[in-house]
Design a protein. Structure first.
Length: 574
């Protein structure tokens, strides 16, 4: 039986999203700085360059677990590429590029003592919060949670507190194993699926037209994907030697009722069937069990089970998936995004992470730096204004428009009287108010705000140096001062204070100080805003004061709490 829905092939919107992830999440400067520190033996410096916080010290590990455990951990840390880890980290769906919050990525674990586990946690709670990772050593607490936010890309929904076993996938973070990426996505010593040895797309005429069997593992992997993309889901799994139980799941009435068909669910996932058996075998050999499940949507999951006769796949409801069954990480079952990017011409090999491009294009000698390029210098934009086309451009920190002061005052007076403004004046206001913009300017704003969101401080500084107006606001009404918790704030704050309002309110009525306190900004930034004169008696639109936020979320701002209560003891009474 074939799929009843369109197959889940690589789509244009995914191509655009992948390009944005690569461009903003792991910029070239981060790759270069992290590699420089790693090669110098400074693993902490490499983590700092990749926006990874370290929550332990080796002396403490040695004291608690012994010198041998600390030495083994240090050996792993010397070979850790935190920028590569960030490159492969799970991302949320619906067109966004941010990290999935509340995830645990297990990098290595002592099978005899689970307290000796090197792992990474993604940011808590907020999809749009600071994109910093935290490297930890110790016992892991995580479960298989269910999604609390559904998206149109179910396999990248936001799942709470999910554990990803990466200890069998060192090629995702350990420089001693990065060349294994090619084999793990279905390749061999010479090439990856759908690619030539130099990383260029393999001509369609050289792709398999029939199953050549296990004697040619790359062609076999290609054949299963081609079947899958053509809509022959059952044929693809049969070629991979995987039995599919087509029974499906009947939903309860309160969930809408009806039967969820197994093949329909499989067709919507970007699966690479030929990968499954090997990845599940590796996990089983590490003692993680013989059964795993893949999140499909809020109600069902795909269970992958290893049996004596091979591998089987079935659909199960959330109630039938036991709490002890672990999630199969998406990096182990999906079509490798970097292979797809090269296959479909989304990203040139030169812009991939250097360790990734070397694995996927082993026959190619790369020269020059690798990774996504930095920001382009903002180009002039043409705007329709008063029946004419005007050219506007950022220069010296402002949007320069071809109107004199008298014309602008008349536009402002018209606006004050309730009239509407358009053209150049509307574009300038849209930039500073988070409103609509002409296409070209909107792209420049999205580029700047994406770099802010991903903590790309050098990219933001480069755009400001190129003349971009720092008085930008995002769709939530936030200024660059509100965004400081996401960035390296020290070089930015002196540049922003002279031009931005320290008491500007965002869409929730919060000042920059309020946001820094609410979103776990560092105490040093709080002190810097206080020194700059930030008010401490502020409340947001829900009448929530800074004191209440500190009581809910912070244990490191006693100095601010004391000052507020000393000066405004009755603040929560008014």
């Amino acid at each position: 039986m074939g799929a009843r829905t369109a197959p889940r092939a690589f789509r244009p919107d995914e191509a655009s999203r992948l390009r944005r992830i690569r461009r903003y999440a792991v910029p070239r400067w981060m790759i270069e700085r992290a590699a420089e520190r790693r090669l110098a033996g400074d693993w902490r410096g490499a983590c700092a360059a990749a926006n990874v916080d370290v929550a332990f010290d080796l002396a403490g590990v040695a004291a608690e677990h012994g010198r041998d455990a600390a030495a083994a951990l240090e050996d792993d840390l010397r070979h850790l590429a935190p920028d590569l880890l960030r490159w492969h980290a799970p991302r949320v769906g619906r067109g966004r590029t941010t990290l999935v919050p509340d995830q645990v990525l297990v990098l290595s674990a002592d099978p005899d003592d689970r307290r000796r586990t090197l792992h990474v946690t993604t940011p808590p709670l907020l999809v749009h919060g600071p994109q910093r990772l935290t490297l930890r050593f110790g016992a892991v607490t995580a479960d298989t949670g269910w999604p609390y936010l559904n998206t149109d890309l179910p396999y990248l929904s936001v799942w709470h507190n999910v554990l990803h076993q990466w200890d069998t996938a060192r090629h995702l973070w350990d420089v001693r194993h990065t060349d294994e990426l090619r084999e793990r996505c279905g390749g061999d010593a010479l090439r990856a699926p759908f690619l030539e040895p130099d990383g260029t797309p393999r001509p369609p005429g050289l792709l398999p037209s029939a199953d050549l069997g296990p004697d040619d593992p790359v062609a076999h992997a290609e054949w299963t994907v081609l079947l899958y993309e053509a809509g022959d889901v059952m044929g693809a799994f049969a070629a991979a030697g995987i039995a599919v139980d087509e029974t499906g799941v009947e939903l309860e009435e309160y969930l809408g009722g009806g039967v969820v068909e197994t093949v329909d669910v499989l067709a919507r996932l970007p699966l690479a069937p030929a990968r499954l058996a090997g990845e599940v075998r590796r996990l089983a050999e590490r003692g993680h069990g013989d059964a795993y499940w893949i999140p499909a949507n809020q109600h069902v999951g795909v269970v992958v089970r290893r049996t004596g006769g091979g591998l089987g796949v079935e659909l199960a409801s959330r109630d039938d998936i036991g709490g002890d069954m672990r999630v199969l990480p998406d990096v182990l079952w999906r079509m490798a995004p970097d292979v797809e990017a090269l296959r479909h011409g989304v990203v040139p090999a030169e812009e991939l992470h250097p360790l990734v491009r070397e694995a996927l294009a082993p026959a190619r000698a790369f020269t020059g730096p690798g990774g996504p390029p930095g920001p382009d210098r903002p180009a002039p934009a043409r705007i329709r204004c008063r029946g004419e086309w005007h050219e506007v451009a950022f220069r010296d920190g402002a949007l320069r428009i071809p109107h004199d002061d008298g014309e602008r005052r008349r536009e402002q007076a018209l606006l004050a009287l309730g009239g509407a403004v358009g053209g150049c004046e509307a574009a300038d206001r849209g930039w500073r108010a988070g409103g609509r913009l002409p296409k070209a300017l909107d792209a420049q704003r999205r580029d700047l705000l994406a770099r802010v969101e991903h903590g790309d401080t050098p990219g933001v500084l480069a755009l400001l140096d190129a003349g971009v107006d720092p008085r930008v606001r995002d769709a939530r009404g936030r200024t660059l001062l509100h965004a400081l918790p996401m960035l390296d704030w020290e070089p930015l704050l002196p540049r922003l204070l002279p031009v931005l309002d320290l008491e500007a309110r965002d869409g929730c009525g919060r000042t920059p100080l309020h946001v820094v306190v609410f979103e776990d900004g560092p105490p040093a930034l709080v002190r810097a805003l206080l020194d700059a004169g930030a008010r401490i008696d502020v409340k947001d639109e829900d009448e929530i004061s800074l004191v209440r936020v500190i009581g809910w979320r912070r244990t490191d701002l006693d100095f601010l709490e004391k000052r507020i209560l000393d000066e405004f003891p009755d603040i929560d009474d008014w």
